[in-house]
Write a protein that binds this ligand. Structure first.
Ligand code: NAI
Length: 355
């Protein structure tokens, strides 16, 4: 096991780990702990190279710091990235052992970082992490208390935000609006269900055909090729796959007038926020609207109830619309305004009173 502490300019610390037995490598990035322990999920993926994984960990942990700050949570921002070895999908690969090892790495940071699920991790994986550390959430809920898979809460917060933006932009509910959902994983599929119940017409896409074909059967969704979804004709674009989807080109060709989704780091660079604003597109900062999952994780970690999660998630759209109104009044892109607000909260060292 290797454990280097590399202080960076923007992050408090970045830790590297490697396990010879399973071949897994991990990066744990701690952006800030001024509001509390750095909390953020664990992303388990195959990465092309170490630099891509580090970049992901750095960007995601910074996003977590801003997300936790705007959600009023007493947590800083952190993220773990597991670089899965080539044989991770083989039937004899010991996934439990890999997550137990990861749990030991989390434990070695003495509570500076608290982990949970992100892309590529399940509740079962977090149970394995829990064999080796107490600094973990996203475990099965205990009666009356928050816990379990955070994805449905993430979907709920994004859905309520989409509804609020539609009222603001179109003066109506979602009935008959065309909504394109990219990525029908845990969050995207749950969102499709909520959008369908609200009367939206769904366009769906995923590199894995199973989600879209189930959505076509259950919700009458139309399937779109993965590469095309950002720029097909629709009212609202809902990115729920991976980050970097809003590039200069995709924003230039975007037909939707609202972008609001769960995927972290949707903007390829901060400049795309201004580009969206210049094109008159209402962009919901991802870390503001996708906070439902971390709200649930934080409540579980602090021993709070499901009711408190429901209340906090229901407050997300009000916070979003306050930001949208301020952005319109000050003529500042929503992403820049959200970044500014979040940085101010982190710098203050006091969790905000918004939630
Ligand atoms: P997931 O892994 O369950 O689903 C992601 C889906 O995106 C998969 O079905 C995958 O096949 C698909 N996908 C990947 N590349 C694609 C592409 N190029 N085009 C179309 N589909 C593609 O992940 P989950 O949990 O649903 O998360 C989705 C996004 O929301 C991620 O960016 C995650 O970081 C973010 N998020 C998730 C939270 C949660 O509670 N699970 C909380 C906050 C953010």
């Amino acid at each position: 096991m290797v454990n280097h502490r590399n202080p960076l300019v923007t992050h408090e610390a970045v830790y590297n780990f490697e396990d010879d037995a399973t071949g897994v490598k991990a990066i744990i990035a701690v952006h800030s702990t001024s509001l509390g322990p750095a909390a953020g999920g664990c992303r388990a993926l195959r990465y092309e190279n170490y630099n891509d994984a580090v970049e992901d960990a750095l960007r995601l942990s910074e996003g977590m710091a801003y997300k936790n700050a705007l959600a009023g949570l007493p947590f800083g921002g952190g993220k773990a990235v597991l670089m899965l070895p080539a044989n991770a999908s083989a039937p004899d690969f010991d996934r439990t052992r890999m997550f137990e090892t990861f749990g030991r790495w989390v434990q070695s940071l003495d509570g500076a970082y608290v982990t949970a699920e992100d892309v590529g991790c399940s509740v079962q994986d977090m149970q394995a992490v829990g064999h080796s550390t107490q600094f973990v959430a996203g475990l099965p809920a205990r009666p009356g208390l928050a816990g379990g898979n955070p994805a449905p809460w993430t979907a709920k917060g994004v859905f309520l935000s989409i509804e609020a933006l539609a009222r603001h932009r179109f003066g109506s509910g979602l009935q008959d609006l065309v909504v394109g959902v990219q990525g029908l994983g845990q969050v995207g599929f749950a969102l499709c269900e909520l959008l369908h119940e609200a009367g939206a017409k769904l366009l769906v896409s995923d590199v894995d055909a199973r989600g879209p074909s189930l959505a076509a059967t259950r919700f009458g969704a139309e399937i779109v090729k993965p590469d095309n979804i950002p720029t097909v004709a629709m009212d609202i674009f809902v990115p729920c796959a991976l980050g970097g989807i809003l590039t200069e080109e995709s924003v230039r060709d975007l037909k939707a007038s609202i972008v609001c989704g769960a995927a972290n780091n949707q903007l390829a660079t901060v400049a795309q926020g201004q580009q969206l604003a210049d094109r008159g597109v209402l962009y919901a900062p991802d870390y503001l609207v996708n906070a439902g999952g971390i709200i649930n994780v934080a409540a579980e970690y602090l021993g709070e109830t499901t009711d408190s999660v429901e209340t906090r998630v229901a407050q997300i759209p009000a916070r979003l619309m306050q930001l949208v109104r301020q952005s319109e009044a000050e003529k500042v892109a929503t992403n820049l305004l959200a970044d500014r607000m979040a940085r101010d909260i982190v710098a203050s060292g006091q969790p905000s009173k918004v939630a």
